[in-house]
Design a protein around this ligand. Sequence first.
Ligand SMILES: Nc1nc2c(c(=O)[nH]1)N[C@H]1C(S)=C(S)[C@@H](COP(=O)(O)O)O[C@H]1N2
Ligand SMILES: [Mo]
Length: 250
Amino acid sequence: MSLILNRRNLILGAAATLAGCDRLARNPTVREALFSAENFHKWAQRSLMVRDAMAHEFRPDQISPFFRPNGTANPNTPEYKALWRDGFAGWRLKIGGLVERPLSLSLAQLRSLPHREQITRHDCVEGWSAIGKWRGVPLKPILDAARLRDGARYIVFHCADDMGGGKGYYESIDLVDAFHPQTILAFALNDEPLRVANGAPLRLRVERQLGYKQAKYLMEIEAVARLDHVYGGKGGFWEDHAGYDWYAGI
Ligand SMILES: Nc1nc2c(c(=O)[nH]1)N[C@H]1C(S)=C(S)[C@@H](COP(=O)(O)O)O[C@H]1N2
Ligand SMILES: [Mo]
């Protein structure tokens, strides 16, 4: 099924991205049942609720004493080192691609925008979890300020770390996750500025998804129509190189 997702058909798109939907929709009986207008409406409604549900938020006393770093713990490139030495004063988050108004935001500007705080559990596919309190700027108002063009369907996050052979870490999410209220660009963990090990100066928190989607060391956010032209074409570093699922919903 190739219903696509943009701002105009967000509901159809959200329904279409439900896990297992492709397989189900190939069954003629299921297809007929689903696409009777009435049932489709109900189905779309329920699916949206599934994708829009909030991740569980924890109490402050449940915060893990140590938020274990994983993957890159320091990008260590000359460019990143120069930014770090400077306290990230010269760092800018670029927002571009399919937007009407490309933006370039400093850390100070991001910190001056309305914040959200959330205590959530991070689940890494390697078999560990940690509960942390994140503070950051919701992605939605930033995308609204940049004004997505109609063709935009995914948001790609470009990171500062080189994973070897010139390949950078990157991740991507669809617009349902991009507009989710718990999807934030986080600059603080447990009431302290984000440490280098956890993604300084800014990382993505997309709380309904697994650990590898939580891109650290953000440099650039790009709105795109499709993912097959981006890097290896599978929507993320681990998706390209280890066959991880692009949709890592939990
Ligand atoms: N830029 C970048 N982001 C990344 C990674 C990475 O290696 N580089 N690793 C991912 C994985 S697999 C996990 S589990 C989390 C780890 O986040 P943490 O280091 O804060 O624990 O970051 C994710 N985001
Ligand atoms: Mo992970």
